[in-house]
Design a protein around this ligand. Sequence first.
Ligand code: A3P
Length: 306
Amino acid sequence: MITLTNADKAQILEKKSLLLNILDVDGVPLPIVSKEMWNKIYNFQAKSDDLILATYPKSGTTWMQEILDMIQNDGDVAKCKRANSLERHPFLEISFPHKEKYGVDIAIEMPSPQILKTHLPSHLIPPSIWKQKCKVIYVARNAKDCLVSYYHFHRMTSLLPDPQSWEEFLIVFLTPAVAYGSWYDHVKGWWDAKDKHHILYVFYEDIKKNPKCTIHKVLEFLEKTLPEESINKIVYHTSFDVMKENPMANQTSLPSYIYDDTISKFLRKGMPADWKNHFTVTMNEKFDEHYKKKMAGTTLTFCTEI
Ligand code: A3P
């Protein structure tokens, strides 16, 4: 637990308000401090061996990150515990108040080959990523569980505004007035992008159902092979129960003024269908109606339980 002085608190509040100063980029609310910073992010020069992990928030980014790190390190658990997951792979467009550097600056300095995380929608990705033909892994999670997870994340982090009540947050999510904007636009945008670029599109629910099968798909996409023993190790090390106890993955090493896990854990439930514990029958009917309209015409489908 970190004890804060009043000066520290004032500084955090100042930084928090900067983060809450969401920048509208092409109609998408992004948690970026300034237009200048956005220009730097958008003009980031990717290298061809950069591997991009893209997600809408709360879709299993940290989970896939751990899987990719284990793959990149041939299943060596000790190597994957070298640092907190936030330190191991830069978050392109995000800054943390306890860190001096912005994600993009860390990415610029990171030795190759690096894994770069982002929540950016496909149309706002730095063009150099496409130009360099970087491989991208996109993880999508069903909207209802994503929404529930995002709600609890807003409760526990000072990086995002107070979600108010669950009922109010549901409206904010559908408006959409949350950071990174519409879940619908995000998942559909990346779904369409996969036909034009080097993208592996995977689903959170599929990883949960059969992690080994997803790991094999990722290996194939990365043109890498690993012995069965290493794959089994990856399945075990990246399971929810093991990651939850791993301080390098469960985000408990972050100061509690950023992630307060006495309010809600970062690795919270780790299960599809937790939405059933949050939605009333009426909420669910309204949500389904909205969903049907928004998803009309796409071939993209989701499982909301397994
Ligand atoms: P819940 O809040 O539903 O538990 P992100 O990393 O994109 O922020 O996503 C966080 C969500 O992924 C949280 O969902 C978290 O528990 C879940 N998650 C992280 N690691 C996981 C794992 N190994 N297995 C299942 N879910 C995991």
